[in-house]
Design a protein around this ligand. Structure first.
Ligand code: ATP
Ligand code: MG
Length: 584
């Protein structure tokens, strides 16, 4: 392809809303163009990277017996009512009416549609197992679309769904998809981790996320330094490396003391020279589902943590069996349930459930708020001064905590979630009556799993992990083109001939060539070649051609190979093959 014929415009400056390197590079390299929040046009280069990645996915899934289909983007309300997700999904689901006054939504995910598809055809155990997938545009009305394709409103997803006769079958399908995903991301040549994760509101129990490691990642991962234990912080068990000794100290009488103006744990810790670990903070949440329209009376509860710990809302959600993580109470609501403002609250005298983190359960004679503005209590003891509704693991785990599966310690990483596998069980098939007849003639709900890959997000995540100060450094398997020719003198017949020969040789090996044939200065062409980041650059200029010494430059590491014109194709192909092997 020739630059002069394509639609490609690079930019010197990134737009002001681009915060992370990959977003800046995506826009500067002309890969995408924003038309509204979370909405992008993919240029030809982005589309090529997407198609290459999609084909890697197809190869891995098809070879495991999965079947590709394509479902509608516009979906009738009735299907979503069957699973109750028309309301449960909240505002993320974009809903609208058509001319006949019928409600529809844009597909945010396709469990309902696929289950409907399966139930209409799958009648007997002989029809199972099945694994159907599609690569399609999704729409989620994300609250804060950001970071370009990382969190778009419209984005491309590969979603697959497995159907099996029983749990053993479904777990086998899960294992197979897990392996397929492992292959897919290994083939990309990216640094990724597979972590245990929360099932979110898709439901189900067993679930793993595939996370590309990158500083700009939104997800926080904790990984063992001894075993292959790895978890999203959302669900990672928090285990103190040195659990506090159960001190056999005598419970002292409770004392109230004045703490005017001391509102935070840090204020208290500084003023009284007590470590934050020894202080107790009380947080207030609502157990009402945001979507719950029937019952609006406030169902407040309190959570006690050590002052140095952070609460983990996903652990609260799972403890209370909620659909979404609970929201914190407003200042007025806190006053309503405790009688004081948030900085002066504690568990003593509360009339609402009190959930206590393990870290607090081991404390004796501790300090907490008195439920009276400007006052705290000292020598508070659980059991004597207040009752715990439940003691549980409620804090965020952190680097340095003990690994839940070994004597190792946890290390912390940032990640970008690019894939997710779920075992669903019969959550959808039961609600939607997707049943089959067993060998014994019994009607039984189909066992399901669902498996997503953020296709457009992955493309950007690859750039986030593979770039340098000059631009993108594409992983070879998804590079939009393999070779970038900088044609410095567009009228030089020798160069045009070489390009023809090189193009033919590359085509024979299934490599693709991009020629910068614009009337631009060499400096501009080199800068753009670095920015676009295709794996190999060939420089064809008058000096090199006169001296019969041409340059083949590897984008990653910038190694320069000097070759004679006769060896050009062979040299380029040998570098490309080396790169391809690196990713095999
Ligand atoms: P997240 O926690 O990032 O919102 P999710 O858990 O909602 O993701 P799934 O419903 O499992 O995501 O979707 C499957 C995959 O689709 C995710 O692993 C992710 O790679 C991708 N994805 C989800 N939401 C977006 C989005 N708004 N923009 C781009 N990709 C997305
Ligand atoms: Mg999401």
């Amino acid at each position: 392809m020739k630059w002069s014929q394509t639609h490609l415009y690079t930019l010197k400056e990134a737009p002001s809303d681009a915060e992370i390197p990959s977003h800046k590079l995506l826009v500067r390299a002309g890969l995408v163009k924003k038309i509204g929040p979370g909405l992008y046009t993919y240029g030809n280069l982005a589309l090529r990277a997407l198609r290459k990645f999609e084909n890697i996915i197809r190869e891995e899934l098809d070879s495991r017996g999965c079947t590709e289909v394509l479902m509608p983007m516009v979906q009738p309300r009735e299907l979503w009512e069957e699973t109750n997700r028309w309301s449960e999904m909240g505002a993320g689901l974009l809903k609208f009416k058509n001319r006949n006054d019928h409600w529809f939504c844009l597909g945010a995910t396709h469990e309902e549609v696929i289950t409907d598809y399966a139930r209409s055809d799958i009648k007997s155990y002989r029809d199972l197992p099945k694994n159907l997938y599609q690569i399609q545009t999704k729409y989620r009305d994300e609250v804060r679309p950001r970071f370009g394709l990382m969190r778009g409103r419209e984005f491309i997803m590969k979603d697959a769904y497995s159907f099996d006769v029983d749990q053993a079958g479904a777990l086998k399908a899960y294992e197979s998809m897990y392996q397929a995903y492992k292959n897919i991301f290994t083939r990309l040549g990216v640094d990724f981790r597979i972590v245990k994760a929360d099932a979110g509101n898709i439901g189900g129990s067993q679930t793993h996320e595939f996370q590309l490691l990158a500083e700009a990642g939104e997800d926080h991962l904790l990984v063992s330094d001894q075993t292959d234990f790895a978890a999203n912080i959302e669900i990672c068990p928090a285990i103190d490396p040195e659990p506090p000794a159960q001190l056999n100290v005598q419970a002292q009488p409770v004392e109230k003391f004045a703490t005017p103006g001391l509102k935070t744990i840090t204020d208290l810790s500084k003023k009284f020279s007590i470590s934050e670990k020894e202080l107790v903070k009380t947080l207030f949440f609502s157990a009402n589902e945001g979507l719950d329209s029937k019952d609006k009376s406030l169902k407040a509860f309190a959570v006690l943590l050590r002052g140095s710990d952070e609460v983990n809302p996903v652990k609260l959600k799972n403890l209370l069996g909620m659909v979404n993580p609970p929201l914190m109470l407003t200042e007025e609501e806190v006053r309503e349930v405790s009688g004081a403002s948030p900085g002066s609250c504690g568990p003593v005298g509360l009339k609402i459930p009190v959930y206590v983190d393990h870290g607090v359960a081991s404390l004796k004679n501790f300090i907490c708020g008195a439920n009276e503005d400007g006052f705290h209590l000292k020598n508070v003891n659980m059991g004597r001064d207040f009752q715990a509704t439940k003691i549980a693991d409620l804090r965020m785990a952190r680097a340095g905590d003990k690994c839940p599966e070994s004597n190792g310690r946890l290390k912390s990483f940032r990640g970008i979630e690019v894939g997710h596998v779920f075992y669903l069980g019969t959550k959808y098939s039961q609600k939607m009556n997707a049943q089959y007849l067993t060998k014994e003639g019994q009607l039984t709900p189909i066992e399901m799993g669902c498996y997503g890959i953020g296709v457009s997000r992955t493309i950007q995540a690859c750039i986030e992990q593979n770039h340098d100060a000059d631009g993108i450094v594409w992983p070879a398997p998804i590079a939009p083109f393999d070779v970038h020719v900088c044609l410095l003198d567009t009228g030089d017949r020798r160069a045009l001939e070489l390009i023809q020969q090189l193009g033919a040789q590359l085509k024979a090996q299934c490599y693709e060539m991009f020629v910068d044939d614009r009337e631009e200065r060499p400096g501009v062409k080199f800068k753009d070649a670095d920015l676009l980041g295709f794996p190999v650059r060939v420089v064809l200029g008058k000096k090199g051609l006169d001296n019969n010494e041409l340059e083949v430059v590897e984008r990653r590491g910038k190694a320069v190979h000097k070759v004679k014109a006769e060896q050009l194709s062979a040299q380029v192909i040998s570098v490309l093959q080396k790169l391809r092997q690196g990713f095999a």
